[in-house]
Structure formats: structure tokens, C-alpha cells
Design a protein around this ligand. Structure first.
Ligand SMILES: [Cu+2]
Length: 112
């Protein structure tokens, strides 16, 4: 019964592949830009799990989320919310800035 064996394997593979998406949507973490600062300025995430930063810019002007370590640059228009999908990170600290106000807009993602 080779066919049954193959079908069983395929079903098993489909089941396993479907699990991560269905069982665990990536964690959503709110991040606010206000008065040219990030709030909070330390974001703790689980190492090895992708997540979504939900960034709301309460200022009038645009800001740019920029992390050299993560090679991410994303403009957040004034008054808008942008969802930024983040990759699974190894344990460590990942600083980022708001490039347009990098003197004040400084924060860190801590994966642990
Ligand atoms: Cu930039």
C-alpha cells in the first residue's frame, strides 16, 4: 500500500505546515512616536519569534524608523499608524532611531 503511505505523509506534512500560522499569530507590539520620541523606548520581545510593530505617529510631521542592525527603514507619516513586520531575532539588543529626529528619538528592541 505505497499510495496510502504517501497520502498519509502528505497529510501529515500539511498539518504540520499549517500549525504555526494557525496556532500563533505573531505578537503585535504598540509603539508610539510623540514629541519626536519613541514610547516605550525599550521593547522586549521573545527571541526567535517574528513580531509586528504597530507604530503610531502622533506628531504632525513624518518620522523614519531606522535600524542599521536590522537594515530596516520605514517612513511613518504624521498622524498615521504603520504595521511593520519584524523578523525573528536572535537574543540581543537592537537599537533604532527616528532618523528625522535622531537626537531625541532613540530606542532599543531587546530580544531574550
Ligand atoms: Cu533612513
Amino acid at each position: 500500500m505505497v499510495m496510502a503511505g504517501v497520502a498519509g505523509l502528505l497529510l501529515g506534512a500539511a498539518f504540520v505546515a499549517a500549525l504555526p500560522a494557525g496556532a500563533q499569530a505573531p505578537q503585535e507590539i504598540p509603539l508610539v512616536i510623540e514629541k519626536n520620541r519613541f514610547q516605550p523606548d525599550v521593547i522586549k520581545v521573545k527571541a526567535g519569534a517574528p513580531f509586528v510593530l504597530v507604530i503610531t505617529n502622533k506628531d504632525k510631521g513624518p518620522e523614519e524608523f531606522e535600524s542599521k542592525d536590522l537594515r530596516i527603514e520605514k517612513i511613518i507619516p504624521g498622524g498615521k499608524t504603520v504595521r511593520l513586520k519584524m523578523p525573528a531575532l536572535k537574543a540581543g539588543k537592537y537599537p533604532f532611531v527616528g532618523e528625522y529626529h535622531s537626537e531625541t528619538a532613540k530606542a532599543t528592541i531587546v530580544a531574550e
